[in-house]
Design a protein around this ligand. Structure first.
Ligand SMILES: *Cc1c(COP(=O)(O)O)cnc(C)c1O
Length: 411
């Protein structure tokens, strides 16, 4: 019997699985090695996290040293050097003013914590009516209940739960070219309802899982101004965009702004371990006082050691130059597809290349075709996109773009 197919839930799937899972035996650099002998280039960086590739000897060594020292210890009443080092690093590299760090165990949890921070903040200021959130349509912030409630209400994956989710305010999705209108809609909402709103939450520059939508830095600047003017906190979810993916270290850096609360995850540990973080500034932290959250595996030392090693590799590399080279190559190779009859849009920023088709792609046949071309990508509705590890060579990246072009020309 096939245990995986009959008994294991994979993300957003049913049992038995309709699309077979490929058994990964090992992985090195940008390559996944399947048990059946296929060796494919991972154009997804394992959901955007594996930025330095697999089996990186520097991260491996750091984690092995940590295992031999202490793998886990509760964070209540105890602390350890890897957490202290990571905290220092994050304060140094993230936008100005964010110097209070909460270590969470997954991206969704870091979003929950950010929402709680905002609620506790207003509660302690005596403004208990400020208990709602505002967010642009088309966002994605995770799969737990609080996070789900600020995902896109229509197109998102959580439509089913809409009746049990708290109701928040959704505003016009920013795109390339609509900054003025999108900000006007936000201002309109804030003007009417700012007394009920604790914070705005949004992904900076690129909305990821909600549809791979790129927008202008001026929108972020405008949001910062409006949040200040209408007295609401600004939460930026950098779980997908953090650590260089968009060509700046953080999405906020495109607009030179600092949010009041920042969420990090995915690439934080170079894809090695599950870990996330929520950062805020002193004013918010002091107003909150006791923050009511504390996961069992908070600040796990092994995760911290992976994160420290990953950030060291990133900062010691010429990451910006490489990301911009990846961006040029993606532009060069994907933009010509704009004139294909079935292609609606091509979007590129940093190490992100997206083809939006007219119709949804068939997951199974598209994936088979891509694997035959030596590439691992996960088509997503009408989207086929790549977010490769930063260590990818031009030749390997071209293998990915050629495979994407192959899909575009196959129907
Ligand atoms: C992936 C993602 C999350 C959720 O992170 P998990 O680790 O899957 O819980 C939240 N926000 C954004 C922007 C993401 O891309």
């Amino acid at each position: 019997m096939n245990i995986d197919e009959q008994h294991i839930w994979h993300p957003y799937s049913k049992i038995p699985n309709t699309v077979p899972s490929h058994l990964v035996e090992s992985a090195d650099g940008v390559y996944l090695n399947f048990k059946n002998g296929n060796r494919v280039i991972d154009g997804m960086s394992s959901w955007w996290s594996m930025i330095h590739g697999y089996n990186n000897s520097y991260i491996n060594q750091a984690m092995k040293r940590q295992i031999d020292s202490v793998s886990h210890v509760m964070f209540g009443g105890l602390t350890h050097q890897p957490a202290i080092d990571l905290c220092e690093k994050l304060i140094k590299i993230t936008p100005q003013g964010l110097d209070k760090v909460f270590f969470a165990d997954s991206g969704s949890v870091s979003v929950e914590v950010s929402l709680k921070m905002a609620l506790q903040y207003w509660h302690n200021k005596g403004k208990i009516n400020k208990s709602r959130f505002v967010t642009p349509r088309g966002g994605y912030h995770g799969d737990t209940f609080g996070a789900m409630s600020v995902c896109d209400p229509q197109k998102g994956m959580h439509h089913l739960f809409k009746d049990v989710l708290p109701q928040h305010y959704f505003v016009t999705q920013p795109t390339l070219g609509n900054t003025k209108e999108a900000l006007a809609d936000l201002e309109n909402t804030l003007e009417k309802s700012h007394n009920k709103i604790a914070a705005m939450i949004l992904e900076p520059i690129v909305q990821g899982a909600g549809g791979m939508n790129i927008y202008e830095a001026d929108y972020l600047k405008g949001v910062r101004d409006l949040c200040d003017r209408y007295d609401i906190l600004m939460i930026v979810d950098e779980i997908a965009t953090g650590f260089g993916r968009t060509g700046e270290l953080f999405g906020c850096d495109h607009a030179s702004i600092s949010p009041d609360i920042l969420c990090l995850g995915k690439a934080l540990t170079g894809g090695y371990m599950t870990m996330a973080a929520t950062l805020t500034n002193s004013e918010v932290a002091e107003t909150i006082g006791v923050l009511m959250h504390g996961p069992t595996f908070m600040g796990n030392p092994l995760s911290c050691s992976a994160a420290n090693a990953s950030i060291e590799i990133l900062l010691n590399s010429d990451w910006k130059k490489r990301i911009l080279q990846i961006q040029s190559l993606l532009n060069l190779q994907l933009l010509p597809l704009k004139c294909e009859h079935n292609v609606v849009d091509i979007r590129v920023i940093g190490a992100i290349g997206v083809i939006e088709f007219e119709k949804p792609l068939d997951m199974k046949s598209t994936q088979e075709r891509l694997i035959n071309d030596g590439v691992w990508l996960r088509p997503y509705g009408k989207l086929l996109y790549t977010m490769p590890p930063y260590i990818i060579s031009d030749k390997e990246l071209t293998t990915i773009t050629q495979a994407m072009i192959g899909v575009a020309r196959s129907f």
